[in-house]
Write a protein that binds this ligand. Sequence first.
Ligand code: GLU
Length: 304
Amino acid sequence: MSKRGWAVATVMVALSLVVAACGKDKTTETGSQSNTTAGVTTTRPTFAAGSTMANLQAKGKIVVGTKFDQPGLGQKNPTTGKVEGFDVEIAKLIAQGLFGGSLSDAESKIEFKESTTPNRETFIENGTVDIVVATYTINDARKQRIDFAGPYYVAGQDIMVKASDNTIKGVADLNGKKTCSVRNSTPAANVVKLAPQADLTLFDQYSDCVQAMRDGRVQSVTTDNSILLGFVANAPTEFKIVGNKFTDEPYGIGLKKGDTAFRAFINDRLEAIYANGAWASAFTATLGKLGIPTPTPPAVNRYS
Ligand code: GLU
């Protein structure tokens, strides 16, 4: 090869190396920034330094408080050890918005911590959890201590009785009867207000109420219809729902009071999953399986 020929060849090799390097860089960048699962590509977003989102990304983990005893919403599967249900799916979708990647990548970055109704505000305040996704009704009393993103679903209070019981048809029928709910819950407060003569037993979790009804210690269990439906689905010949809902229970995602940027991020993420169909898929795969038709998601409330 002539001198000139070598020079041209050298330039071409060098050029192709540059092109390859650019291509490689691009591939690497794409590889670390996005992931494709079931046709959905999510990119790892960047957040303002010092924000809760940036801090969680740096930690590579989010701690989510949820229920472990509520079928269809948040229940620990004794075989796999995984928590399953609509609240769990919502948590995964939020984590996906934080970390990018697929839903299962997001799941691997969540530490689920069992939270019961009475300890939710405390867990948020003292940093035991970063967020709570746990059939958590948004209300003003709770907003004194924590903030809520959402709502992402609206349930309603109802009553579960033995399948053979025809004496309880609505909240007023709880007067003079033994009913069970959970400490610090909105259903417990509603019973005190709407059926003041009810003989109310309070536990820390609804599965204890279900046990009390099995044992005959109480005649009914009252809480959100979404929760009761899961218990009935597990024992359809034993229990039934009265089917006369008497409140609205808008479910929010609890977070530290005053963390406005984090709340806005979760609200934006909720709107994104409403729009892209991921919220509806999550619902259909969980509460939908218990027979609830997939509703239109509620508008998020960016209260100030
Ligand atoms: N949604 C109601 C509440 O937040 C009842 C369900 C629950 O206790 O988690 O009080």
